[in-house]
Design a protein around this ligand. Structure first.
Ligand code: GDP
Ligand code: MG
Length: 374
């Protein structure tokens, strides 16, 4: 695996685009779906262990001779325990962004991510250039989960990858903190939101199993009565809400894969990759056709809109019979016909009074005039 940092995105992209055009597995972003590499987007609450898990995944890939490509999308991280091929910090200085736009830390992270998202086609281009030589692309996201999951830039990043490569979202759960059923339920609701927003295969990574095993969570997901029994003693509002929600989420759990891992000890990492591969198959079987369908629907709507515009243009051309229907001011002045000019002005005034949509009407006339000239 290439552990050297990709360097600044600007400048480097030019070299890589040459490489991209010579690689058989490459294409313009979004034009072609590669079967490999599998993109793993690591999302989770702050402190759940995303960055530590990334480090573990990277070291597992290098020992198992799999080829990985690593992206850091957290602009505020002080130091990374792994080396990233592409690091958002090489392109955007989050502290300068805060100063320049007078923002607080969260606004600074969000704006940095937005700025980076505008260059994301270049990032996908870089990955595509190496697609033939890679097995996995690992993506670390900002500590504050909502900055990634609820921002336009998060959606751009996810969609850009998902339209080119099998993409799996890994939702990292802090297992020791989730032994509290209400915290567990909050986490599951968050994961549910991500699943429905991204429509990508979702893998729950129950992290820190070196501290607490994740069996209890699997049990709660498999059997809602077990979860209800766990909230029994608690009579708070949130626990009764959790009791009702577990029935609703029963269906949601069926769409999820899970793996218990320890980013610190490396426990369960093998199984984690096994689950990722299964999710990638799921992407090819169900997400991909769904994406194609959505693309086709969008193209159909666009084609209809264009057809309607052409029909309107044709009608305007027919109505004008190839003539200019609006006399332009210079021509009136050239003619020197004052009477005509006055008549025209009176007509225009009448139109303005009669027609509540005068603006639109004038727009149509200009359009017809252009049509007439054509
Ligand atoms: N015991 C244990 N601690 C972990 C594990 N993974 C992460 N941590 C700790 O959890 C804290 C937050 O980890 P970090 O990777 O920075 O979380 P992030 O904010 O989600 O990126 C750190 O103190 C880590 O050492 C794990 O598997 N086991
Ligand atoms: Mg982190």
């Amino acid at each position: 695996m290439d552990d050297t940092a990709e360097g600044k995105l600007q400048g480097k992209a030019a070299d890589d685009s040459e490489e991209a055009s010579s690689s058989s597995a490459s294409s313009a972003p979004g034009n072609m779906v590669h079967k490999k590499p599998v993109v793993i987007i690591v999302i989770g609450m702050a402190g759940s262990g995303k960055t530590t898990l990334m480090q573990r995944l990277v070291s597992h890939l290098s020992t198992s001779k799999s080829r990985g490509y690593v992206l850091n999308l957290d602009p505020a991280v002080m130091s990374l325990p792994f080396s990233a091929n592409i690091d958002i910090r090489d392109t955007v200085n989050y502290k300068n962004v805060m100063k320049e736009y007078h923002l607080g830390p969260n606004g600074g992270i969000l704006t940095s991510l937005n700025l980076f998202a505008t260059k994301f086609d270049e990032v996908v281009g870089l990955v595509e250039a190496r697609a033939a030589d890679l097995d996995y692309v690992l993506v670390d996201t900002p500590g504050q989960i909502e900055i990634f999951t609820w921002s336009a830039s998060g959606a751009i990043v996810i969609e850009a990858f998902a339209s080119c490569f099998p993409t799996v979202v890994t939702y990292v759960v802090d297992t020791p903190r989730s032994v509290n059923p209400v915290t567990f339920m909050s986490n599951m609701l968050y994961a549910c939101g991500i699943l429905y927003k991204t429509r990508l295969p979702l893998l729950l990574a129950f992290n820190k199993v070196d501290v607490v095993k994740h069996q209890f969570a699997v049990e709660w997901m498999d059997d809602f009565e077990a979860f209800q029994a766990a909230v029994e003693g608690d009579s708070s509002y949130s626990s009764s809400l959790s009791r009702s929600l577990c029935l609703v989420l029963d269906e949601f759990y069926k769409n999820l894969s899970n793996a218990g891992v320890s980013a610190v000890t490396g426990e369960g990492i093998e199984d984690f990759f096994h689950q990722v591969d299964k999710c990638a198959d799921e992407y090819m079987e169900s997400y991909r056709p769904d994406l194609e369908k959505r693309k086709a629907e969008k193209a159909q709507v666009e084609a209809k809109r264009r057809e309607a515009n052409m029909a309107r243009l044709q009608k305007d051309l027919d109505d004008s019979k190839g003539q200019n229907v609006v006399l332009s001011a210079p021509r009136r002045m050239e003619d020197g016909d004052e009477e005509d000019e006055l008549d025209e002005e009176e007509e225009e005034e009448e139109d303005d009074d009669d027609d509540a949509n005068g603006e639109e009407e004038r727009g149509d006339e200009v359009f017809r005039e252009i049509g007439g000239r054509l």
